[in-house]
Design a protein around this ligand. Structure first.
Ligand SMILES: Nc1nc2c(c(=O)[nH]1)N[C@@H](CNc1ccc(C(=O)N[C@@H](CCC(=O)N[C@@H](CCC(=O)N[C@@H](CCC(=O)O)C(=O)O)C(=O)O)C(=O)O)cc1)CN2
Ligand code: MET
Ligand SMILES: [Zn+2]
Length: 762
């Protein structure tokens, strides 16, 4: 029995990794300085894992930005626009692919399966040469060996997953490209074997998605080739986030081990094991500790579960492991000194999870009695949580039980609302707007910090916020935008902010998780029933509206997004928790309307992300997700315009459900995906207001008016101009003031140019 870890958070308990990267980008740290810092952090994480008793310690899970980008650059997949000169990709080109540069737009970024982690999408281009420009897993393996004497287990994205998650090729090219990748993998594995590496973890999470039998046949052929070429490497094919789709095929692959998720794919994987058994010549990686959530494990139940499995299968060896990489949870909990003690005791972050695995190993090797104290402590902590008074609020439960169907519907259908809103809002053709946030400058963050640590009074803080809002109202007026926003300066994060103001949530001080690149989030913890306390956003929106004649958009985060971007209790279904959040938001929407806000945007960027990985589970999810949005937004008058916003996702699968949200206007991220959304809209005509993002906000690059104009014109080929809005891809909180002003000025110029061309032509 071994403890195996699948991946460790990169960011560091104090976000050292993030800080080093940002210093480098700001020019405060040079390249050797960055390399040095990264190495220290990397080694420190290996040390920690060794101390926690991990037998198979992952290496090459660390990265300077994203693990998919690492794979792509290692294979020489650098799109021409980055003008890479051959050889190992230098940091500068590597970061240019991630973040863009003035003469080259960044590579697309999208959700890693159903998580809030975003990866850089590898982009294939015709004529690309495939060669192993460097062997990163080998480097990582050697480093761990030389510096710490650790025999690391390199983690590599498997070829099937790598290619499935890439873009730029047609389905007919898939097999050919796969065949061209094989030699690179073989070279990589061969060099690892030569260096004395024995275990390699090949991540193939796409094996849990809806693949065909043909796919599995093709995949098996690859693994046969690996086995033939590098027999001495022990490959573990690792799956996660759901149950394996064609389990009976996967167990016949020539691998030394197979890793399964027994948390998020428990029923499916268990059914498969019951039906097909598990090969006695392979190791079973048993993902039994939740790598996606922060609750302590009920160790006794887990032991029982593994013992039951042991009754009917006899793998060569058991690997006790988290259900997936620990990338998705914060580093360690001992920094959380202000939490409710019952809640604190029921938590387990990455380091605690590794301790839990070690305890499981002890119990399973030496009997449960050997750790009975720890087992009882875990059971007791979870028991105390389940009887916490926050867990059950009768008023909320009662309200939800008695909802009437009309509470999920607007008063009139869209066509009627559209007429009424046109009168009420008096907007020009192709109205311009932004998605909500303006730069969260160091000054804004400092102000929040001073307020948080009580160095500033509420009045001082409010005054600062008003000044900031006022400044940006004026900037927006000068730029000539049509629908203004207050800028979200008062928010640390679009989810955490609401979590701090609603009943039933707790929030941590250091519970950071990587979202993309150096950007992190601190997901709030939903541990009780959710309750609206008092208006959360009215003060700022109302103030902003008092500064202008133009309509100000109120700005809320939707129920599905709050749910997905929080750590959620697991004694209630997600559907029930979403309904509780929706009910609270409904009251906020009503308060905004009552205070003269004529447009309210309810962001749902995580709607697509929450989509189950298997199609058969889609309908159920989409149904409750849509209903919760409607519950949150339907209480308003016909004349109040409801907007929603979504980003970083492929939308073609869910256009129908987006339509059913019945929002009057949706703004969607579109620019990094280079026109794919346009294709989607060609296939599904969308009959409500829509703004396709006209420029990428993740890049410091400033788009020209011409380029934006072209984007608008392209969009108008598929969108009705009477329904079209002009806006950036997403909020602007990560940008600098000057970048924002220039970009938005170009955007408004572009919109005006298109308007006047339309006027000339009719
Ligand atoms: N939850 C969530 N998920 C999301 C998004 C999102 O906005 N929220 N957007 C999409 C992309 N993801 C993103 C995720 C994070 C950030 C982001 O900007 N994160 C910030 C942190 C935001 C935050 O909470 N900031 C705190 C401050 C945190 C902090 O570092 N405080 C320092 C002090 C800071 C100072 O004095 O300057 C400290 O306490 O020591 C605040 O503003 O109050 C960052 O990593 O830098 C952006 C996009 C998808 N998923
Ligand atoms: C990730 S979606 C962000 C929407 C939010 N209103 C913002 O502008 O930041
Ligand atoms: Zn967005």
């Amino acid at each position: 029995m071994k403890v195996s870890n699948l991946g460790y958070p990169r960011i560091g308990a104090k976000r050292e990794w993030k800080k080093a990267l940002e210093s480098f980008w700001d020019g405060k740290l040079d390249a050797p300085g960055l390399e040095k810092r990264m190495k220290e952090i990397r080694l420190d994480h290996l040390q920690t894992q060794r101390l926690k008793g991990v037998d198979l310690i992952p290496v090459n899970d660390f990265t300077c930005y994203d693990h998919m980008l690492d794979m792509a650059t290692m294979f020489g997949w650098v799109p021409k626009r980055f003008n890479h000169q051959g050889g190992p990709v230098p940091l500068q080109d590597y970061f240019a692919m991630a973040r863009g540069k003035q003469d080259a737009v960044a590579c697309e970024m999208t959700k890693w399966f159903n998580t809030n982690y975003h990866y850089i999408v590898p982009e294939y281009e015709e004529e690309m040469e495939f060669s192993l420009l460097e062997n990163r897993p080998l480097k990582a393996f050697r480093e761990a060996k030389e510096e710490l004497g650790i025999d690391g287990k390199p983690v590599i994205i498997g070829p099937y997953t790598f290619l499935k998650l890439s873009k730029g090729y047609s389905s007919g090219q898939f097999e050919n490209l796969l065949n061209r990748l094989i030699p690179l993998y073989i070279q990589m594995l061969g060099e690892l074997a030569e260096a004395g590496c024995s275990w390699v973890q090949m991540d193939e999470p796409v094996f849990v998605a809806d693949l065909s039998k043909e796919d599995m046949k093709l995949a098996k052929e690859i693994y046969n080739q690996f086995k033939r070429a590098v027999p001495e490497i022990h490959l573990i094919i690792q799956t996660y986030f759901d149950s394996v789709e064609h389990y009976e095929d996967l167990i016949s692959f020539p691998a030394a081990g197979i890793g399964l998720d027994f948390v998020h794919g428990k029923t499916g994987n268990l059914d498969s094991i019951r039906k097909y058994g598990f090969p006695a010549d392979k190791c079973l990686g048993i993902g039994c500790i939740d790598g996606r959530n922060i609750w302590r494990n009920h160790l006794q139940e887990t032991i029982r579960f593994i013992q039951e499995l042991d009754d009917f299968i006899s793998p060569r060896e058991w690997f006790l492991q988290p259900s997936c990489s620990l990338l998705h949870v914060p580093v360690r909990k001992d920094q959380e000194t202000d939490l409710d003690s019952v809640l604190y005791r029921s938590l387990s972050f990455a380091d605690e999870k590794l301790e839990e695995l070690h305890l499981l190993k002890q119990a399973l090797s030496h009997g449960s009695e050997s750790i009975s104290e720890q087992l009882n402590a875990a059971a007791e902590a979870l028991d105390d949580l389940s009887t916490h008074e926050m867990r059950h609020r009768p008023s909320v439960r009662k309200h939800l039980k008695h909802l009437r169907e009309e509470e999920f519907n607007r008063k009139s259908p869209f066509q009627i609302r559209q007429q009424i809103q046109r009168e009420y809002l008096q907007l020009p053709l192709l109205p311009t707007t932004t998605i909500g946030s303006f730069p969260q400058t160091p000054e804004v963050r400092k102000a929040r910090r001073k307020w948080r640590i009580k160095e500033w009074t509420q009045e001082q803080y409010d005054e600062f916020m008003q000044t900031e809002i006022q400044k940006w109202m004026q900037i927006q007026e000068e730029i000539g935008l049509d629908v203004l926003v207050h800028g979200e300066f008062e928010r640390n994060d679009m989810v955490e902010f609401f979590g701090e103001r609603l009943g039933g949530f707790a929030f941590t001080k250091h519970g950071w998780v990587q979202s993309y690149g150096s950007r992190c989030v601190k997901p709030p913890i939903i541990y009780g029933d959710i309750e609206f306390r008092s208006p959360m956003t009215v003060k700022e929106s109302k103030f902003a509206q008092s500064c202008t004649e133009k309509p100000v958009k109120g700005m809320l985060t939707g129920p599905v997004t709050i749910l997905h971007w929080s750590f959620v209790r697991n004694d209630l279904s997600k559907k029930e928790v979403a309904a509780q959040i929706a009910l609270a938001l409904r009251q906020e929407v009503q308060s905004l309307e009552a205070n003269g806000i004529r447009i309210i945007q309810v962001d749902e960027p995580a709607l697509r992300e929450g989509l189950p990985l298997k199609k058969k589970n889609w309908n159920h999810y989409l149904e409750w997700a849509v209903r919760s949005f409607r519950l949150a937004t339907s209480a308003v008058d016909d004349r109040t315009q409801i907007h929603t916003h979504m980003c970083y996702s492929q939308f073609d699968d869910i256009m129908e459900s987006i339509q059913q949200l019945d929002a009057d206007v949706i703004s969607i991220e579109a620019s990094r995906s280079h026109g794919e959304l346009i294709q989607t809209l060609r296939n599904h005509s969308y009959k409500k207001g829509i703004g396709l993002g006209v420029y990428d906000i993740h890049s410091p690059r400033i788009p020209s008016a011409d380029e934006i104009k072209t984007q608008i014109e392209h969009a108008l080929l598929v969108c009705d101009r009477q329904l079209f809005w002009v806006n950036p891809d997403c909020g602007l909180k990560t940008r600098k003031q000057e970048e924002v002003i220039h970009s938005l000025t170009h955007m408004v110029t572009a919109a005006k140019l298109v308007r006047s061309e339309i006027a000339r032509n009719v």
